[in-house]
Design a protein around this ligand. Structure first.
Ligand code: CTP
Ligand code: CA
Length: 228
C-alpha cells in the first residue's frame, strides 16, 4: 500500500545503488571486510523503486532479501564492484554509493590455504589501495556532462559535518549523506546529515525505510527535468 501511494518522483529515471561491504580475499578461506549490514542501501534501492525508478543494486556479501522489482548484481571484492558499476552506470541517471568498500586489499591472493608451519611465525600481509568507485564514477564524462547525479555516503566516528563537507568536495559529488552516530551498523533506524553546495540539513532519526523515502524526495528535487 505504501508503495502504491508513494509519489512517483523518480519515474523515468534509472538509479544505480551500491550496498553492503566488500570482501577482499587473503586465501580461499580468509579475507578482510568492513562492518556493514547493507540495510540502508537496500532500503534506498527499495525506496527508489517505489518512487518509480528502474533500479539496479550492486551488493557485496550480505544476507538481505532483494527488494521487489529491483535488479540485483552480487559481487565480492571492490574490483568486482567497480566492474559491475561500470557495466551498469552508462544507462543510469542517478548513482548512490552506500557500500562500505574495503579501502585496501591484500596485494596478492594465495590460491591455496595458508597453513601454520608450527613455528609460531605469523604471516605478514601487504596491502594495496582499492579503486575509489564513487570518485571514479563522479569524474566520468557521463557525470561531468551533468547526465548522472552522484550521491555519496559517509560514516564518520567524529566531526561528521567537517568530514562530510570535505569528502563531498574531494569525491566531486553534489550530495553527500552522513550517518549521524552512534554507530548505525545493523540497526533499523538512523539519522542523516545532507551536505550539498548550499550547506547542510538534518533528516531526524527515523527508520531506515522512512529516511530512504525522504532521501529519494531530496534527490528527485535536485535532478534536471526529464528530457532536458
Ligand atoms: N567509496 C567508494 N569506493 C571506495 C571507497 C569509498 O565508492 N573505494 C564510497 C562509499 O560508498 C561512500 C563514499 O565513497 O559513498 C565515502 O566512503 P568513505 O569510506 O567514507 O570515504 P573514503 O574516501 O574511503 O575515506 P575514509 O574511509 O578514509 O574516511
Ligand atoms: Ca573508506
Amino acid at each position: 500500500l505504501i508503495a502504491f501511494f508513494t509519489p512517483k518522483t523518480l519515474a523515468g529515471r534509472r538509479v544505480l545503488v551500491t550496498a553492503g561491504p566488500t570482501f577482499e580475499a587473503i586465501d580461499p578461506v580468509r579475507g578482510i571486510t568492513n562492518l556493514s549490514s547493507g540495510k540502508m542501501g537496500f532500503a534506498i534501492a527499495r525506496a527508489a523503486r517505489e518512487a518509480g525508478a528502474d533500479v539496479t543494486l550492486v551488493a557485496g556479501p550480505v544476507h538481505v532479501p532483494t527488494p521487489r522489482g529491483v535488479q540485483r548484481v552480487n559481487v565480492q571484492s571492490a574490483q568486482e564492484m567497480l566492474a559491475a558499476v561500470q557495466r551498469n552506470v552508462q544507462a543510469a541517471s542517478v548513482f548512490i554509493a552506500t557500500a562500505a568498500v574495503a579501502d585496501w586489499r591484500p596485494a596478492s591472493q594465495s590460491s591455496q590455504k595458508i597453513k601454520k608451519d608450527g613455528s609460531g611465525q605469523t604471516p605478514s600481509l601487504e596491502f594495496v589501495e582499492n579503486p575509489d568507485i564513487l570518485a571514479t564514477v563522479a569524474k566520468s564524462s557521463h557525470a561531468l556532462q551533468g547526465d548522472l547525479f552522484c550521491v555519496g555516503f559517509a560514516a564518520e566516528s567524529h566531526d561528521l559535518l567537517a568530514h562530510a563537507t570535505a569528502k563531498r568536495v574531494r569525491k566531486g559529488v553534489p550530495l553527500l549523506v552522513g550517518n549521524i552516530g552512534p554507530a548505525t551498523f545493523g540497526q533499523d533506524d538512523n539519522a542523516l546529515l545532507l551536505v550539498d553546495a548550499q550547506g547542510h540539513r538534518e533528516l531526524p532519526r527515523a527508520s531506515k525505510r522512512v529516511l530512504a523515502q525522504q532521501l529519494m524526495g531530496e534527490i528527485a528535487a535536485r535532478l534536471p527535468p526529464l528530457g532536458s
